[in-house]
Design a binder for this molecule. Structure first.
Ligand code: MTE
Length: 337
């Protein structure tokens, strides 16, 4: 039998949404059993349509962080020039209105819905294999993480689109230092808030909420691993993961977990949200590699957000000089999915 294998660039982007169409079978059957719910998620197959009309005035007014954010005093921060990119910075309006944040919907146009996320009060729990488990108020934590810096990073989504944005924040290694992990800790598990009352997506019971991601200690203490608290020189708006999110630009975007409430140090490899849902397509490592196709599309090229341009994808998303050593001698691992 002849099976046509579509190349990524032949597939309309709405058909390459990896996350929702291919829910695991059990989840899918549960969804089927919930007929009316399934009807309301008919958009699951749509991967986001950039032509979605945007009222640019409304975007300007709402897509920014609330002015009352007490961390606004830390912006703008000086740029760290170690990490340069050879691409134009994505327009702010594009990066703040085309988002993946399944807690608020399984499509890209969630920025308005996400304004309902209350980012104060907010606490962050640090627990597991640490000297002293603690829960800290976000503003105490942010004060301890000063000075902030700005880093312009590429971001490559597993769905084969990309953007280049100026994040503000601090290296994850600084938070690791603050946490005082025990030497037995091998991984950090990072968890998003869970509150179905404000995040309607979390009522979709076939997803394994809360959103979890993980890194090895070596990855987490690599200087490139960044906790972003802001974007475009201002505090993070909710849709991009306020009040703090991960930015690991050498990995596919789903690793960059948003709106974090918990960091757990552990000797067990965390099972992430997408891995739990579809382990054959989304693994723990998820390092960008243009030569390793996704199960359903090519990863060779990417669509640059806000343009009609497709450009070649780079190994480790262009960050090989900083991170390739982390994976030496790990050939048995599925490093690129
Ligand atoms: N974090 C949470 N909690 N929920 C999500 O749905 N989506 C991920 C990642 N972090 C996601 C998340 C995916 S698939 C991508 S590509 C990036 O966030 C998108 O970040 P952006 O909206 O700032 O571009």
């Amino acid at each position: 039998m002849l099976i046509k294998r579509w190349k990524g660039w032949e597939i309309p982007e709405r058909e390459v949404t990896p996350h929702s169409v291919y829910m695991n079978r059990r989840g899918f059957m549960r969804a089927l059993a919930a007929g009316p719910i399934l009807a309301s998620t008919a958009g699951l197959a749509a991967c986001g349509d950039e032509s979605q009309a945007q009222d640019s005035k409304a975007v300007e007014q709402v897509a920014k962080a609330p002015v009352s954010d007490p961390s606004a005093i830390y912006y703008p921060a000086a740029r760290n020039e170690t990490y340069r990119v050879d691409r134009p910075i994505t327009a702010e309006e594009d990066a703040t209105t085309y988002n993946n944040f399944y807690e608020f919907g399984s499509h890209k146009n969630i920025w308005q819905a996400a304004q309902g996320l209350p980012i104060r009060p907010w606490t962050v729990t640090i627990d597991g294999m640490v000297e002293n488990a603690q829960t800290v108020d976000i503003d105490t934590l942010l004060k301890a993480m000063q000075p902030f810096e700005e880093r312009v990073y590429r971001h490559r989504c597993v769905e084969a689109w990309s953007m280049t944005v100026p994040w503000t924040g601090f290296p994850l290694s600084k938070l690791v230092e603050f946490a005082k992990p025990l030497s037995s800790a091998k991984y950090i598990k990072m968890q998003t808030f869970q509150n179905p009352d404000i995040a309607p997506g979390q009522r979709q019971f076939w997803y394994p909420w809360p959103y979890i991601e993980g890194l090895t200690m070596a990855e987490a203490t690599n200087d490139l691993a960044f906790i972003a608290t802001g974007i475009y020189g201002e505090p993070m708006p909710p849709q991009n993961g306020a009040p703090l999110r991960l930015a690991v630009p050498w990995k596919y975007g789903f690793k960059s977990v948003k709106s974090l409430v918990r960091f757990t140090f552990t000797d067990q490899r965390p099972v992430s949200f997408w891995e739990d849902l579809q382990a054959s397509e989304y693994g723990f490592w998820a390092n960008v590699n243009p030569d390793v196709d996704h199960a359903r599309w090519s990863q060779a090229t990417e669509r640059v957000l806000g343009t009609n341009e497709r450009v070649p994808t780079l190994m480790f998303n262009g960050y090989g000089e900083f991170v390739s050593d982390l994976y030496k001698g790990m050939d048995g691992e599925k490093l690129y999915m």
